[in-house]
Design a protein around this ligand. Structure first.
Ligand code: Z5A
Length: 209
């Protein structure tokens, strides 16, 4: 692929949405063409699946159904947006990707990792992000920040133990893939958070020269 694929991960309210604009501007200042997208979503069909995934339903959505819908959305997103842009030489900045599946469906919903890995291989082959920024903060900090918004979605209504497992899974994955996943201490003031992000971006830009 000619472009780089960068993902942002973390629990509720850690500041992914807040920092994505900062990252985009960072690349644009360097004349690096960048496309911003998100998961689940990023194409009309994948956004329809996102609505189903985030809405509250009378019927319970099982962990396995949730997993399959996440990868259905991802498959569409990869073929319609991510791969074509990377091939054109654009850098793609994605708010959440497959690490979120390990964290939420694996850590949170307790779906076995081998089921996730099986779909990961089916949908992505050996395609992985070039860089993942994991915005990490104690669960309580993120939840307080997230609660400043109006209505809670289906995930945000989960209990604290769910979010603690999500965080733990993310941190374990960062230990497992230290070259790719970089931890950003997100419980600091925004300026400090963005300083850490800029340090990581500088590395990937240097590596691309
Ligand atoms: N999901 C999944 O289960 N499996 C998957 O494979 C994928 C996703 C891909 C939607 O994701 C849901 O999909 C998600 C997991 C699941 N679960 N939920 N909920 P999403 O990314 O669209 O939604 P989100 O996680 O809820 O994002 P978020 O809560 O909006 O978090 P955020 O984008 O990281 O936070 P933010 O909106 O940038 O910041 C929150 C508030 O904090 C806001 O008022 C900011 O102004 C403030 N903020 C941000 N940074 C700071 C600092 N440093 N100091 C003080 N205040 C700050």
């Amino acid at each position: 692929m000619a472009g780089k694929f960068i993902t942002l991960e973390g629990g509720e309210g850690v500041g992914k949405t807040t920092n994505i604009e900062f990252i985009k501007e960072y690349f644009l200042q360097l004349n690096i063409p960048v496309v911003v997208t998100r998961e689940p979503g990023g194409t009309p069909i994948a956004e329809t699946l996102r609505k189903i995934l985030l809405a509250k339903h009378e019927e319970t959505i099982s962990g396995q159904t949730e997993l399959l819908l996440m990868f259905a959305a991802r498959s569409q997103h990869l073929s319609e947006v991510i791969y074509p842009n990377l091939k054109k030489g654009n850098w793609v900045l994605c708010d959440r990707f497959t690490d979120a599946t390990y964290a939420y469906q694996g850590g949170g919903r307790k779906v076995a990792d081998n089921k996730i890995a099986c779909l990961e291989n089916l949908v992505q082959g050996d395609f992985r992000p070039d860089l993942t920024l994991l915005l990490d903060a104690p669960v309580e900090v993120g939840l307080v920040r997230a609660k400043t918004r109006n209505e809670l979605d289906r995930f945000e209504m989960e209990q604290i133990d769910f979010f603690k497992s999500v965080r733990e899974t993310y941190l374990n994955r960062a230990k497992q893939y230290p070259e790719r996943i970089k931890i950003i201490q997100a419980d600091q003031v925004l300026e400090q958070v963005q300083k850490q992000i800029a340090e990581q971006l500088e590395q990937i830009v240097k590596g691309n020269d």
